[in-house]
Structure formats: structure tokens, C-alpha cells
Design a protein around this ligand. Structure first.
Ligand SMILES: NC(=O)c1ccc[n+]([C@@H]2O[C@H](COP(=O)([O-])OP(=O)(O)OC[C@H]3O[C@@H](n4cnc5c(N)ncnc54)[C@H](OP(=O)(O)O)[C@@H]3O)[C@@H](O)[C@H]2O)c1
Length: 330
């Protein structure tokens, strides 16, 4: 008889998708080359959309949720991976068309795996997770654009969330001044402890901007979209760059061409899900070098897998602070 494991499985009832804790057979896992004993997963905004059914993320059901996983290889049919290897996966369609990390074991496509850097425990790799790796992609876009710390502060929206919290840590570690936009004034001390030099109210940005406003920021990391991103663009300094990765405030982008054609501003889209492996490996190498593990701990809570359905609601309601790690064996 096949072993049984616990998993959060999204199923469709009356046209609505919802994730819940189930017991499944190891024999029913997909026929991929690497069997991973999963230790931790995470809750990202996208997991919230997927597991609550608020967004059409799961493209087939039943779907084991969790866009991230970290664990140890148990068996591999691919020579690149051996039993005992510490591995992680971010994105690559997990929780969309590939079964994901909310399971005690998962069979994963060998090409999706990244070796967990020696600097991190498996729990720390997931404290970073997709949110932290995406923050690193955003920060690398700013660095690659040639923006230097002496050119002015970098603005981070959705600062109290996962991507925002890690982006602040990374930017501060690299010597940038960081202005954090939050809707939660109570998070001010937390954001400053991560490295923010200034905390700004969300309401200053979530409004219709003028085509061009006073030049204030050398660069930006945007998790929010909509009018917030439009205001950030209108306030960028000459040849500044905004790395846009999120939609927590909405999908439309009510901007004009003016920041682009009169100030040479760059709007750089960031996608973590299908990012090519060399870009991922660079991001994880950089994270190993730059992450302050004490600050990461400050930004992280660890929860059991049974809490995923309610955490999915919380993250969409903007109630989650920093990063949530899921201990799939708790
Ligand atoms: N492109 C990619 O590959 C990629 C990868 C990872 C994440 N993302 C996206 O990036 C965003 C952040 O992800 P996350 O996992 O860090 O989520 P998160 O932890 O929920 O952070 C989002 C933050 O945005 C702010 N926010 C929430 N609702 C808002 C609203 N209605 N208006 C304005 N601000 C609002 C909140 O920060 P404050 O309370 O501090 O204001 C919240 O903590 C999400 O949209 C996610 O889908 C994209």
C-alpha cells in the first residue's frame, strides 16, 4: 500500500476553487523525476489568490497548492540530483499547472530545482521564498540600470508585505536610502528596523497623479500597481527605473507617456515564475551574500499547514506582515 501524506488540495465546487487540508497517496503524485521530502513552503499573495479562489491561478484541479517549496531530495531519476541534496523551487507553474509545495512530499521536474545556498537553512530559504527572490530580481534590475546609492532614495510600495519587506532589507544592505510606502502606520518601527529611512502613507500615492510631479526618487520597487505605480512613475528622477512586480492595489495602470519621453524613465516588468535559470541562480547567489538573517527572522512567522486556508484570506486582506513560512510537517 502506498504511503499517505497531508497536502493542501484545491478543488472546484460549483465553479469556485478552494484549497483545504486533505490526505493523499504518494502514488498519486505526478510522475516527475525528483521526489522531494518537503520541509517548508510559504504563503505569497499569489497563494492567497489560488487557495481562496479569488484569482484563477489553478489551471486544473485537483491541484496541490503552494508556489514555493524547500526540502531534501529523497529519490532522483535525473543524474543532476542525488538523495540528500537540499533543494528549492520558486514558481515554474507550481499551483498553476504543476502540483506545489503544500505537501509533505512532492515529485518535481528536475529542471525546476535550485540548490539551497549553504548560507541558509531550509526554513530561511522559504522565509525568502518567491517574495524574497522576486525582491532580489527587482533590486538587480535597479542595480543593472546603473542606479547608485548617491543618486537618491529608492521607493518601495506595499512595504509591509513579503516582497516589500525583503526589498527594503536588500536595498538598505546595498547602501541605498529606502522610502517605504505602507497603508499600515503601525508598521513604521518594523519597516525602519528592516532599513527604511522614511515611511510614507499609502494615501499619498494611491490617487490620480499629474503627468509629471516633483522628481524625488532614483528608483522604485512596486508591489501595488494602479494609481500607486502611476504616481511613482510621475515622481521618478531623470532616467530612474521602477521595477514593477505586483498588483495588490489593482491591475489598471493610469499613467501617461510623459515620465518616459521627458525624463527617460524606465518601467521594468519583473516576472519570477518563468524567469530563466541563470537569472534565478544569480538572484539566489546574491541573496546568500546580502540577506541579514536576523532581519529576515524579524520579518518571518512560521505556521502549520492547516492554517493555509485562513492565511490565504489574510494575505489578500493586507493583514500579513512580512513573510509567512509553512511547516508542512507541523
Ligand atoms: N511578478 C512576480 O513574479 C511576482 C512575484 C511575487 C509577488 N508578486 C506580486 O507582488 C505583490 C506582493 O506580493 P507579496 O507576496 O509580497 O504580497 P503581500 O505580502 O500581501 O504584500 C503586498 C502588500 O501590498 C500592500 N497592499 C495590499 N493591498 C493593497 C491595496 N489595496 N492598495 C495598496 N497597497 C496594498 C500591503 O502593504 P502595506 O500594508 O505595507 O501597504 C501588502 O502587505 C503581489 O501583487 C504579488 O502578486 C509578483
Amino acid at each position: 500500500m502506498s504511503a499517505q501524506i497531508r497536502a493542501i488540495v484545491a478543488e472546484e465546487t460549483d465553479g469556485k476553487i478552494k484549497g483545504s487540508l486533505k490526505t493523499i497517496d504518494v502514488a498519486d503524485l505526478p510522475d516527475n523525476d525528483v521526489l522531494v521530502d518537503v520541509a517548508y513552503s510559504t504563503v505569497n499573495y499569489k497563494d492567497g489568490l489560488a487557495m481562496s479562489g479569488a484569482g484563477r491561478i489553478c489551471r486544473k484541479t485537483p491541484m496541490v497548492g503552494g508556489i514555493d517549496l524547500a526540502g531534501v531530495v529523497a529519490e532522483s531519476r535525473d543524474p543532476a540530483w542525488q538523495a540528500g541534496d537540499r533543494v528549492l523551487v520558486n514558481g515554474y507553474g507550481l499551483s498553476e499547472d504543476q502540483w506545489g509545495g503544500y505537501a509533505q512530499k512532492q515529485r518535481v521536474n528536475a529542471g525546476f530545482l535550485v540548490r539551497v545556498p549553504d548560507a541558509f537553512g531550509l526554513d530561511e530559504a522559504m522565509a525568502i521564498g518567491t517574495a524574497g527572490y522576486t525582491a532580489m530580481l527587482c533590486v538587480n534590475a535597479i542595480r543593472d540600470h546603473g542606479v547608485k546609492p548617491d543618486q537618491g532614495p529608492v521607493l518601495v510600495s506595499g512595504a509591509g508585505g513579503g516582497v516589500g519587506s525583503v526589498a527594503i532589507m536588500l536595498l538598505a544592505r546595498l547602501g541605498y536610502q529606502v522610502a517605504a510606502i505602507t497603508g499600515r502606520a503601525a508598521l513604521s518601527d518594523y519597516l525602519k528596523s528592516l532599513g527604511a529611512t522614511e515611511v510614507l502613507d499609502r494615501g499619498e500615492f494611491a490617487r490620480e497623479p499629474k503627468p509629471l510631479e516633483k522628481e524625488r526618487w532614483a528608483a522604485g520597487v512596486d508591489n501595488v500597481g494602479s494609481t500607486t505605480l502611476a504616481t511613482m512613475l510621475a515622481q521618478m528622477k531623470y532616467e530612474g527605473l521602477v521595477a514593477a512586480c505586483g498588483l495588490a492595489g489593482g491591475v489598471p495602470l493610469p499613467t501617461t507617456v510623459m515620465p518616459f519621453i521627458l525624463r527617460g524613465v524606465t518601467l521594468r516588468g519583473i516576472d519570477s515564475v518563468q524567469a530563466a535559470m541563470p537569472r534565478r541562480l544569480r538572484a539566489w547567489r546574491d541573496l546568500a551574500e546580502l540577506i541579514d538573517r536576523d532581519k529576515l527572522k524579524l520579518a518571518t512567522t512560521v505556521e502549520p499547514m492547516s492554517r493555509v486556508p485562513s492565511l490565504a484570506q489574510d494575505i489578500l486582506a493586507g493583514k500579513v506582515q512580512g513573510r509567512v513560512v509553512i511547516d508542512v510537517n507541523a
